[in-house]
Design a protein. Structure first.
Lengths: 498, 511
């Protein structure tokens, strides 16, 4: 049953309107601003849950609006999009709480929260886009709404990072634009899932469509931080912790990764992409990025920088999973969209808590921090184990499926990449964990932490504990219905159905 | 010709602003401004009414004094003219409202310049006349009126820099007019007619026609600051008063483009070759890259905005190679003509809104700071939120990010480029976008940076900021009536046509 519905639009509006209104408020109207922000965040989660239930009952939601001439704005709810939208909405809610605590008393909070809301609008817009053009519109909107967040602190370093960030993302957007127009001219307005269009045309325009594939891939690879287009990500670390958390877990990097998933699965189709050998190229770059990112992470003492290079590495698991055709690898890739998100956001929250509470920004300062911040570092430890791929944390599931799928298709080299990467993950995360729990703290613990008080503000603590537990739950209950894995598996199985 | 509806509006569109401009000369300072503003509002209202008339009845004409052409003067308002007149009215009325408040602002304002009003109304009459003219000589007259008023407005501030820039502007304007007039004389000498419609039928290909085309194109290229004749634009546009800069960049240069487009498409088709189109396209492409790069290198806001105009006008020239078809291609089979025309029209309108907003914002910044060196833009966001927003939005449209009017123009241009197979223009469009992003974000980066010293910004009237913001929003809102507008443009006139090249051994060349 397919009917036009405003529900997908409402999902976007639930953050667009608060964002716009907050921009119009005065800086002092804190209560109203917080109310708008949180009610938008809660409404978004609620609406997505509503749509999710409807979708499971077989209801389809599409929203269609002819912008002008041949430009059509289309939102459509499908399983993959909903999956990503749910991730964005849940993490946005958590991060909003975190940001309220983190930025308390800071300057320009109105601007911050306004663009924060616009940023998640872009991210859910990307998730729910029904066609290539709509995806592109939100992809660019994301660049614009995240820029003020990256330069939020306004320091020279932040401004410089903002410049790097823009050159990469605007450059990537421009390349993507070329690809989108080219695709439009050759194949018309492609809606996601209409892979038969390219399948029919590939024999007519093999060269043009192949060039276009790589143009589109390049445009997306910038945000997905695939080597050699990853340079912006470690630099934009100067942004406040909630921004880094959201940028790294969902908003920007996932827009790129999700775009690659859409491009291969829902525009060109796996069949064409495999047949034309596009996937081999993607696999090589993804595998290289996995190793490269991990190696770079090893040598960072700056806590957030190490996390940033780890993101570069972890993201390419998604690209790698997409590049090896098969139900299992696809499951691994799709589920890692969510798993990497909740694990990485936990780590950034933890890093933010440490920096905000004690002012420690370097790993070498973290001696014994676990005794002072047991909950924060406990959550961090869970996430770190997940990143390494230890069961039963979420990251294990992703790696297991990727590895299993690689063996199944005979791509044994992928297993080596995964093992090497896991070893490297362990090499750069375990020292942090070890240092936090087993080193002697530099100060007397009891003096710093009076009993009966929380280790840091509640608004900073609750989010990190929640996402830490989610990372664990996603692994432990992976087999249960409604878990990220079971949904990812369903999506992947549908992809390979004849 | 008799089947077209005769309407008084074309004559009124020229007559009314002239009348009120003249009337305003009899008043003193404040009265001049009041009559002037009234004239602007009336002219804009009239333009809207005339637009509706054309929308309902198709092309309308007016024969002045009942003297039929070729003896008398006929004004002709087809849908293309109506769109340009409409754009001039909407953008013009906002600039007028801004000017009204801007010149009245005390202390920080530039003072009162009562002569602005009659000059602007004469200029407006000239522009309307240009869009409505149907013969070569009439066009010359309007070009002259526009040129004189524009130069006078450009030097209105009386500052030395404006005077020098104005002198160069005058020189360019005269060179352009003379070249154009020379071309017109050649055409008149060989055909005995000046009527555009008639010329389109009787013009014979040959050396004289080709030479006339060459000098006319040269003249108009100078007028519209097409590369490499753009040298006069940045100093003149940046030294003028804010509302004047906005008028010059948003509207005046578009007049020359309008004639160039009309003459190439309606009159000189017989002499135009594929190579000529490529050449104009090349000039446009270089303008896009060079202008954007120059804008990127400037250190004062108004110079950035002015150089950006050179680049943005370059995009307009880039539609010419798409409209002139390779030998053997028929206009019916060329499915890129409509996208190319749409790109041109949207570029004209989106740039008019965005650039007007940009210059008006720059004026406010000068009002607040006393100068426009960009290093002082630090913490603009904290001090002039609305202005910063206007600059941001206008900038996004200039870059061509969705869903702005500038995006529509670039989308259509790239589409036309791909459909026509002239893929070599595509990198230019992309490089232009990137460079534009470079200078727009250079400004925004500063705007977000924290202030080094406090209290450098003096307060400016909020109403002025809002006008700038409305114009910036306008460059986005124009996307929505696109369907209607393109349909309207296709209903009459040259929109969507192309020039078929002469096939080897045809009328031109061998014989």
């Amino acid at each position: 049953m397919e009917t036009t519905s405003v529900l997908p639009l409402l999902i976007l509006v639930s953050s667009l309107i608060p964002g716009t209104l907050i921009l119009l408020l005065r800086e002092e109207q804190v209560a109203l601003r917080t109310f708008l922000n949180l009610s938008g965040a809660v409404a978004k989660v609620g609406l997505i849950a509503w749509v999710f239930v409807g979708y499971l009952r077989g209801q389809e939601y599409t929203f269609f609006f002819r912008l002008a001439l041949d430009l059509t704005f289309s939102l459509r709810v499908d399983q993959l999009g909903l999956f990503f939208a749910a991730l964005s909405a849940v993490l946005w809610l958590v991060t909003t709480l975190y940001a309220i605590g983190y930025l308390e008393g800071g300057k320009h909070r109105r601007r911050f929260f306004a663009f924060f809301s616009l940023c998640v609008t872009a991210s859910t817009g990307i998730a729910l886009s029904g066609n290539v053009l709509t995806f592109f519109i939100f992809y660019e909107f994301l660049t614009l709404s995240t820029y003020p967040l990256v330069v939020h602190r306004g320091t020279d370093k932040a401004v410089e990072a903002g410049r790097t960030y823009l050159w990469y993302t605007i450059g990537g957007g421009t390349v993507l634009f070329l690809g989108v127009v080219g695709l439009f001219v050759l194949a018309g307005p492609i809606y996601f899932g209409q892979t038969e269009i390219i399948a029919d045309l590939i024999s007519v325009y093999p060269t043009q469509l192949s060039i276009l594939f790589f143009i589109l891939l390049t445009g997306l690879a910038v945000k997905a931080a695939i080597f050699p287009l990853h340079g912006w990500l470690p630099v934009s670390m100067v942004a406040p912790a909630p921004v880094s958390a959201l940028l790294h877990a969902v908003a920007v990097v996932k827009a790129g990764a999700f775009g690659i998933v859409r491009l291969v699965y829902d525009v060109y189709g796996i069949g064409v992409a495999e047949h034309m050998n596009y996937l081999n190229v993607l696999a090589v770059f993804a595998a290289f990025t996995i190793i490269y990112g991990s190696l770079r992470a090893l040598f960072q003492d700056d806590f957030k920088k190490r996390l940033a290079y780890s993101t570069v590495s972890q993201l390419s698991y998604i690209a790698l999973g997409v590049a090896i055709p098969g139900v299992l690898t696809s499951t691994g890739a799709i589920v890692h969209l969510v798993h990497q998100g909740i694990m990485k956001i936990t780590m950034f929250f933890a890093a933010g808590n440490v920096a905000e509470t004690y002012g420690y920004k370097n790993i070498s300062q973290l001696n014994g921090i676990g005794r002072r911040m047991p909950f924060t570092m406990g959550a961090f430890t869970i996430a770190a184990f997940g990143m390494i791929g230890l069961p039963p944390v979420a990251g294990f599931i992703s790696k297991w499926y990727l590895g299993l799928g690689a063996v199944e298709t005979g791509s044994y080299w992928v297993v080596f990449v995964l093992l090497a990467s896991s070893a490297l993950n362990a090499a750069y995360f375990l020292p942090i964990v070890y240092r936090a729990w087993f080193y002697e703290p530099e100060y007397e613990v009891s003096r710093l932490r009076s009993s009966g008080r929380l280790e840091t503000q509640a608004l900073l603590l609750i989010p990190v504990v929640v996402t830490g537990l989610l990372s664990l739950a996603a692994g432990v209950f992976a087999a249960a219905g409604g878990s990220p894995l079971s949904i990812a598996r369903e999506i992947a199985e549908k992809l390979y159905m004849p | 010709m008799t089947d077209l509806l005769t309407s008084p509006y074309p004559a009124l569109l020229v007559g009314l602003p002239v009348l009120l401009a003249t009337l305003s000369l009899f008043f003193r300072t404040r009265g001049k401004a009041l009559v002037g503003l009234l004239g602007c509002l009336l002219t804009a209202g009239l333009a809207i009414v005339a637009f509706i008339e054309v929308a309902q009845h198709g092309t309308v004409i007016h024969i002045l004094g009942g003297w039929e052409p070729p003896l008398g003067i006929m004004l002709r308002m087809d849908s293309l003219a109506a769109v340009f007149i409409g754009m001039t009215a909407v953008v013009g009325v906002f600039i007028s409202l801004y000017a009204w408040q801007y010149f009245r602002a005390d202390e920080s304002g530039p003072g009162e310049f009562p002569l602005f009003w009659p000059l602007w109304l004469f200029l407006w009459a000239g522009l309307n006349g240009l869009f409505l003219s149907n013969d070569l000589f009439n066009l010359f007259v309007t070009i002259e009126v526009i040129g004189i008023c524009a130069v006078a407005l450009a030097v209105l501030s009386g500052k030395t820099t404006a005077m020098f820039a104005g002198l160069r502007y005058l020189l360019a304007a005269i060179t352009g007019s003379m070249a154009y007039l020379f071309g017109v004389a050649l055409i008149y000498g060989s055909t005995g007619t000046l009527d555009l419609g008639l010329l389109g039928q009787v013009l014979e290909p040959g050396t004289t026609t080709t030479f006339a085309l060459l000098v006319i194109t040269f003249g108009l290229m100078v007028k519209m600051a097409g590369f490499p004749f753009h040298f006069w634009l940045p100093p003149a546009h940046s030294a003028a008063l804010a509302p004047v800069s906005a008028l010059l960049s948003a509207l005046v240069v578009k007049g020359a483009f309008y004639i160039l487009l009309r003459l190439w498409m309606e009159v000189f088709g017989v002499s135009i070759t594929y190579a000529a189109g490529q050449l104009i396209g090349l000039a446009g492409a270089i303008a896009v890259i060079w202008g954007s790069w120059q804008a990127f290198m400037q250190t004062s806001l108004k110079l950035i905005v002015a150089h950006s105009s050179v680049a943005q006008l370059g995009y307009l020239l880039m539609i010419f190679p798409l409209l002139i078809l390779a030998p053997g291609v028929t206009a019916d089979s060329a499915d890129w003509l409509s996208p190319a025309w749409t790109a041109g029209i949207f570029q004209v309108i989106a740039h008019a809104f965005a650039k007007a907003s940009f210059f008006l914002s720059a004026g406010l910044i000068i009002m607040a700071l006393g100068h426009d060196r960009i290093e002082s833009l630090r913490d603009l966001v904290g001090n002039m939120r609305i202005t910063a927003m206007a600059i941001g939005l206008a900038g996004v449209s200039l870059i061509g990010l969705p869903p702005s009017g500038g995006f529509m123009a670039k989308w259509m241009l790239l589409k036309g480029i791909f459909l026509s197979g002239q893929w070599w223009w595509a990198p230019v469009v992309l490089a232009g976008s990137l460079l534009t992003a470079g200078y727009v974000f250079m400004l925004l980066r500063l705007a977000f940076a924290p202030a080094r010293e406090m209290g450098t910004f003096k307060p400016v009237p909020k109403s002025l900021e809002i006008v700038a913001l409305i114009l910036a929003l306008g460059s986005f809102l124009i996307v929505f009536p696109a369907d209607y507008m393109i349909q309207f443009l296709e209903s009459t006139g040259v929109f969507g046509s192309g020039i078929e090249s002469i096939v080897e051994g045809g009328a031109y060349g061998n014989d």
